[in-house]
Write a protein that binds this ligand. Structure first.
Ligand code: MLT
Length: 249
């Protein structure tokens, strides 16, 4: 069974029990986290509040931590990195612990720090096939899937839902998928929405509300990076509250 939560609002434990949970925040949290781990960051520690992020960073060894994230799309005062995926390059992040605080992405991740989940993965357009590969592994075939779109301030966002639709499209097209998937109504809707934008993902991102907001701040380049399907093989997976590269083969 595949379910999509169009926003994190109203999700509780029983929705996630024993499920593989996939978190999507295309613009830009998911994409930046994928980029950071791809470029050798040791771990990404998602944190909701700025004060808590500062506290965690100061508890880590000097020079080991980077404070990363955004408020209102912009770098947070006293932080090292903003939320532009290209800021997470190898020279900057390799070997570092990233204390990561973004508005909707971190909030959605912290919602799911619960023991009832089987696995938690982070998906973006940039790593969508590797996420699909994890889900279709025979040992995961029995697990229901919950895809959570981070949205914006508990409201629907076009780009996250389209990305969820792309993941479902890929799952259904996979040859290892013999039994088929039962889609919830929201999963079906996400797939249909994706089909409307197939091949024009960049256009969809640029037209989205958050895309337009980021363009108004001068972050148009970020949108291009976020729209690149399968530019990465990195699969972020939560382990004891911290995101690391999944070790799956
Ligand atoms: C968020 O988590 O709210 C976003 O990633 C915001 C952004 O940086 O575009």
């Amino acid at each position: 069974k595949v379910d999509v939560f169009l926003t994190p609002a109203g999700i509780d434990e029983h929705h996630l029990r024993d499920r593989i949970v996939v978190i999507i925040d295309v613009l830009r949290a998911s994409t930046s986290i994928v980029m950071a781990l791809q470029n050798g960051a040791k771990e990404v520690i998602p944190v909701e509040e700025v004060e808590k992020a500062l506290k965690i960073a100061s508890s880590l060894a000097k020079g080991q931590a980077l404070l990363c994230g955004e408020r209102n799309g912009q770098k947070i005062e006293g932080f090292n990195l903003d939320n532009s995926p290209e800021a997470y390059d190898e020279d900057t992040v390799k070997g570092k612990s990233l204390v990561y605080c973004s508005t909707n992405g971190s909030k959605t991740l912290s919602l799911t720090q619960s023991a009832v989940i089987k696995d938690l993965l982070v998906a973006a357009f940039t790593n969508i096939t590797v996420v699909k590969e994890y889900i279709v592994k025979p040992e995961n075939a029995e697990n229901h899937l919950a895809i959570i779109c981070a949205g914006k301030s508990s409201r629907f966002s076009l780009e996250d839902t389209i990305c969820a639709g792309l993941l479902i499209d890929k799952l259904m097209a996979d040859k290892k998928n013999q039994t088929g998937y039962i889609l919830s109504d929201t999963a079906r809707a996400a797939k249909i929405l994706y089909e409307q934008f197939r091949g024009n993902e960049l256009g969809a991102l640029k037209e989205s509300e958050h895309g337009r907001f980021l363009i108004s701040l001068g972050y148009e380049r970020d949108i291009e990076v976020c729209a690149k399907i399968d530019s990465s093989q990195a699969l972020p997976q939560l382990e004891n509250g911290v995101l690391k590269l999944s070790k799956f083969e």
